[in-house]
Ligand binder design. Structure first.
Ligand code: MN
Length: 236
């Protein structure tokens, strides 16, 4: 620490990290990338072009909320939505990665929720402003413990679902992804140089909807894991 206090003018911010199932060690998070549209039924419910290629946006690493955590209901919205997503955590990176090499870069997989201030996202979209205020707010990226690919392989199918207060709201299958995980990694690596510590939220199936304070949200991907968070009162 004395070396850090010599080097930096303020204390360095804490390293964002994810739990790894079955170990006390953590996965350090560098960036959070998200796929915009990757399940056809969700594209339809949002009224978007079904043939357009997926696109990417980002959230800050410190938006992560761990399993069992509480998400303070964010300001400025009346329509915060849940989007359950398979999370891919990278142990390596590079540019222009081919889909057949992409699995070699994956450390493991987890379950995440791409929380979205839908009213603000849509307002930004309509006036062609960026999406950060709708997507990249505080505590907007709940993510459960990772499971290493060395243990579970590379899931390409399996139920992905989300319940709110015990009622199923989203229910899909990883096989419904338009762009599979290797293709997502390959596409993103054409746009930025990927690196170890990057995680990717891979898009959501249909059934997104609003959350309110007090809601208990449970997200699950078969063979990968489970994530539970509570929506709390607004942050003060
Ligand atoms: Mn999403």
């Amino acid at each position: 620490m004395s070396q850090d206090s010599d080097r930096y003018v303020i204390a360095p911010p804490p390293q964002a990290a994810l739990a790894v199932a079955g170990t006390s060690k953590l996965f350090p998070v560098r960036r959070i990338w998200c796929v915009g549209r990757n399940y056809i039924e969700h594209i339809r419910e949002m009224g978007q072009d079904e043939r357009a290629p997926p696109f990417f946006f980002a959230k800050p690493a410190d938006a992560i909320v761990p399993d069992g955590g509480t998400v303070p209901y964010p300001p400025l919205t009346r329509d915060m939505h849940h989007e359950v997503e398979l999370v891919v955590a990278l142990k390596g990176g590079g540019r222009n990665v081919s889909p057949d090499k992409a699995p070699d870069l994956v450390y493991g997989y987890g379950v995440g929720i791409d929380l979205t201030r839908r009213d603000l996202q849509i307002a930004s979209r309509e006036v062609k402003r960026p999406w950060e205020i709708g997507k990249a707010f505080d505590a907007s990226a709940p993510c459960g413990a990772l499971r290493p690919a060395a243990e579970i392989g590379h899931p390409a199918r399996g139920r992905i679902h989300l319940t709110v207060n015990g009622t199923v709201k989203q229910d899909g299958d990883l096989a419904q992804m338009i762009w599979n995980v290797p293709e997502v990694i390959a596409k993103l690596s054409e746009q930025v140089a990927l690196a170890a510590g990057d995680i990717i939220m891979t898009g959501t199936p249909a059934g997104v909807g609003a959350l309110v304070p007090g809601d208990r949200v449970v997200a699950e991907v078969a063979g990968v894991g489970r994530l539970g968070v509570t929506i709390g009162p607004p942050a003060v």
